[in-house]
Design a protein around this ligand. Structure first.
Ligand SMILES: Nc1ncnc2c1ncn2[C@@H]1O[C@H](COP(=O)(O)OP(=O)(O)OP(=O)(O)O)[C@@H](O)[C@H]1O
Ligand SMILES: [Mg+2]
Length: 317
């Protein structure tokens, strides 16, 4: 109200949503100097790494290492990494099984498998673990087999809610297959739902692809929380095998984020970063990994080097 009783321009309370402008609440409060203890607490909180987790343990003799490729952020290169790391490992003589736990089903396309002709998928295996042996398919790459994910995975979580031991279905399904492979690589959807938890429970280690863009580290803190919960409740041996940088470009932002990630995980980082490379994006449309499409491309060379680092960490050399 103005002094002469006329209404000013402000809308009535209730007519407009209550929006508090940050400027209006920015009141400096003099709380005096913080105590030395408080200063120490703040600085250790800052120094604490968002993903303080142990490396994965060695693989028990006579069975495959099970590795989940995970990041709940979408489009960071999980599937591209699964396809190309699997292919690189097979090229080195290792027997690899890819399990696509994502309803987008991109692993099948990228490895040259026609999804429309597949009868048994990851969904079936989650509901009936005993069908795992018959769910495997050959791919365009010798020594890489796949269990295909497809859109029937949508809604699976609801169906599984009533099942006992629902977090261990994939572990059960994999048991008879492990002696026949050197590596099982699981591709996950961009979410931390029950299917992803199944993958973590079944795994020895995880690989986290990180796109060198803003918000990268924030996403990792959330993932770290999930991993800690799975370790605490369901799979104490789960560890991190590697944090890899993807879609890396020589921009200032990319370089800064890459430096931050390296600083946060000095012992987990997998070098070199995989550069942004159109040949990597093209390869799936031909149903082949990069080493068959254009091995000399930047992407081809980078995945080859990344695979060498992981091969050593997985004890596959
Ligand atoms: N290094 C790269 N350079 C250029 N393009 C890339 C690179 N890596 C992946 N891509 C492309 O980026 C897109 C997203 O990659 P990808 O599907 O591997 O991510 P994702 O994490 O599996 O995604 P989602 O979370 O949806 O499953 C794809 O089109 C892929 O071909
Ligand atoms: Mg994917």
């Amino acid at each position: 109200m103005t002094l002469d009783g006329e209404r000013d321009e402000l809308p009535e309370v209730g007519a407009a949503p209550l929006i508090i402008d940050a400027d209006f609440v920015e009141v400096e409060e003099d709380r005096g100097l913080p105590s030395l203890d408080a200063v120490e607490e703040i600085s250790t909180a800052r120094a604490r790494r968002p993903l303080e987790l142990p490396r994965g343990p060695a693989t028990p003799d006579g069975r495959a290492r099970v590795v989940t490729v995970i990041n709940q952020k979408g489009g960071v290169g999980k599937t591209t990494s699964v396809i190309n790391i699997a292919a690189q490992m097979a090229l080195r003589g290792h027997k690899v099984l890819v399990i696509d736990a994502d309803s987008q089903g991109n692993c099948a396309t990228g490895l040259g498998v026609d999804k429309s002709r597949v009868r048994t998928t990851t969904r079936d295996l989650m509901l009936n673990p005993e069908c795992a042996v018959d769910s495997r398919h050959a791919t365009a790459v010798e020594n890489v087999h796949i269990i295909v994910g497809d859109r029937t995975l949508v809604g699976l979580e609801q169906e599984m809610l009533r099942q006992l031991g629902r977090e261990r279905r994939l572990t059960e399904a994999l048991a008879p297959l492990l002696p026949h492979y050197d590596l099982v690589l699981i591709d996950t959807p961009p979410s931390l739902g029950l299917v992803t938890i199944n993958a973590l429970v079944a795994s020895d280690g995880i690989v986290i692809p990180v796109q060198t863009e803003y918000f990268a580290l924030e996403g990792l803190a959330m993932l770290a929380g999930t991993i800690r919960e799975v370790r605490g409740l369901l799979n104490p041996r789960l560890g991190v095998d590697g944090v890899m940088l993807t879609m890396h470009a020589p921009t200032l932002l990319n370089q800064q984020v890459a430096a931050e990630v390296k600083e946060a995980f000095p012992e987990l980082i997998v070098e070199p970063p995989v550069r942004r490379n159109i040949r990597l994006a093209e390869a799936p449309s031909h149903g082949i990994p990069i080493h068959l499409h254009d091995p000399k491309s930047n992407g081809g060379q980078d995945y080859q080097k990344v695979a060498s680092v992981l091969e050593a960490r997985w004890g596959l050399l």
